[in-house]
Design a protein around this ligand. Structure first.
Ligand code: UDX
Length: 444
């Protein structure tokens, strides 16, 4: 059992704290937000993440997990301090490090024994060195400490599973011994542990996220070309995925990526490249294609409905992906706002994001079910591929709608089946309009 302090009771901090406690360690999670800590002490979990509440409660009850707003309490017995505070996008896409700076200063002022300080927040390459400088500068007397970078690769919706079953753990430090000690903490996870230097570890996080975002924009560009040429991108992705060098993951064409990581990290990497005189052409294209996917939905709807003014458009799903209520950088936000600007009446249903949506999209009407959204709608758009949308009574939906347009932004339905039910169906990259007899005719 080790004593661990986690700074930041946000998404990454709570999952990290809860999971380390579950592995048998004694953990204190600190946050400067008193209302959040009060809620956690009452047993309320401030974010929607499957399985998190159970792990938190189990470890609070067994007294392995505590919450505090006091640095003195949190650092008193700690050997390891994880920094897991937010790093939002600042101006120009650059990561805003104010919370990391505050955490480093507070550690420096309060620490009274040696500490291993592990940075989990996604920070620009070089931040580990900067954190070490801040701590040195603000310490009243020199007490040894070692900085380690340990980027997180958690996906929202499966964060607990991802923490407990990682593909790898990356640790970067100028002090091999410190990294080795952090490696020991991760041994129960039985996974590959890569120990490298600080800057390389920081870069691994950006490069991994940028690569995954690139795969998504790549398949979305192929989707656009498929639509023009009459090929089906879903089948294309399956065929590509059989090649072991390519693999099947992250090849789902659709409305592109959103969330708290991919857009922010690609922009931050682009910014780092620019200020160091590199030319991040590929990263720019990745972001460009991602924006295009959102704009294209509105263009398609405008064409299919013959204009948007006073049309009723129903959105299915609002969160940036299924199994989360997170709407940060969600395609739904841009799409709903643009439709509203063009005079459409927008109504939407999402299984869990309703409360958040009511705040950030005050102009749209929120419904209690898909069937309510469909009622009298001229068009329906699947924005997020929640599982429940795959098992709907599509005949009933078709009957209740005023129009027939079905825009499947996540390719969850079969185009022919939907056409058979009377919908005017359009997916993303599913160029199935060129019928087979035409193609055979070409050959003869
Ligand atoms: C991501 C990374 O996966 C994780 O390792 C990192 O630490 C944080 O960022 P997350 O943002 O939770 O995790 O979501 P993820 O499941 O990776 O999906 C990201 C976005 O890409 C979603 O908007 C999703 O809809 C989109 N996506 C994903 C696609 O459009 N197509 C795909 O094939 C896969």
């Amino acid at each position: 059992m080790k004593n661990i302090c986690v700074l930041g009771a946000g998404y990454v901090g709570l999952v990290t704290g809860a999971c380390f406690a579950d592995l048998g360690n004694k953990v204190i999670c600190l946050d400067i937000d008193e209302s959040k800590i009060e809620a956690l002490n009452r047993g309320d979990v401030p974010i929607y993440e499957p399985g998190l509440a159970e792990v938190l409660l189990r470890n609070v009850r067994s007294r392995r997990l505590n919450f505090s707003t006091s640095y003195e309490d949190a650092l008193k017995t700690a050997e390891f301090v994880f920094i897991a505070v937010g790093t939002p996008s600042g101006v120009d896409g650059e990561a805003d490090l104010q919370y990391v700076r505050m955490a480093a200063k507070s550690i420096a002022k309060v620490m009274d024994h040696p500490l291993i300080i592990i940075n989990k927040s996604t920070v620009p390459v070089g931040t580990g060195d900067w954190v070490a400088d801040i701590i040195k500068k603000h310490q009243e007397e020199p007490i040894p400490f070692w900085v380690v970078s340990n980027p997180e690769f958690l996906r929202e919706g499966s964060a607990i599973h991802d923490f407990m079953n990682p593909d790898r753990v990356v640790l970067g430090s100028l002090h091999h011994e410190a990294a080795e000690k952090v490696a020991q903490l991760h041994l129960p996870l039985r996974t590959t542990i890569q120990i490298t230097d600080l800057r390389t570890a920081e870069m691994i996080k950006y490069a991994s996220n940028a690569f995954l975002a690139t795969r998504i924009s790549f398949i979305n560009e192929i989707a656009t070309i498929c639509e023009r040429l009459g090929a089906d991108v879903k089948e294309v992705a399956v065929g590509m995925g059989y090649d072991k060098r390519i693999g099947p993951a992250f090849l789902d064409a659709g409305l592109g990526f959103g969330g708290s990581c991919f857009p922010k990290d690609v922009r931050a990497l682009e910014h780092m490249a620019l200020i160091h005189d590199a030319h991040p052409q590929l990263l720019r294209a990745v972001l460009d294609i991602n924006r295009h996917q959102r704009r294209q939905v509105v263009v398609k709807l405008r064409q299919m409905l013959g204009g948007l003014n006073e049309r009723r458009v129903g959105l299915l799903g609002l969160s940036f992906k299924p199994n989360t209520d997170d709407m940060r950088e969600a395609p739904a936000v841009d799409i709903a706002r643009q439709l509203h600007r063009e005079g459409a009446y927008v109504q939407a249903y999402d299984p869990v994001s309703g409360e958040i949506a009511a705040r950030i999209l005050p102009d749209i009407r929120l419904a209690e079910s898909v069937y309510e959204v469909a009622k009298d709608a001229d068009a329906l758009v699947v924005v997020t591929e929640w599982n429940e949308f795959r098992h709907l009574d599509m005949e009933r939906i078709r009957r209740n709608m005023a129009g027939k347009v079905l825009l499947d932004g996540r390719n969850i339905w079969d185009p022919e089946e939907m056409a058979g039910l009377g919908f005017v169906y359009s997916g993303v990259g599913r160029g199935v309009n060129m019928n087979s007899s035409d193609r055979e005719g070409d050959l003869s």
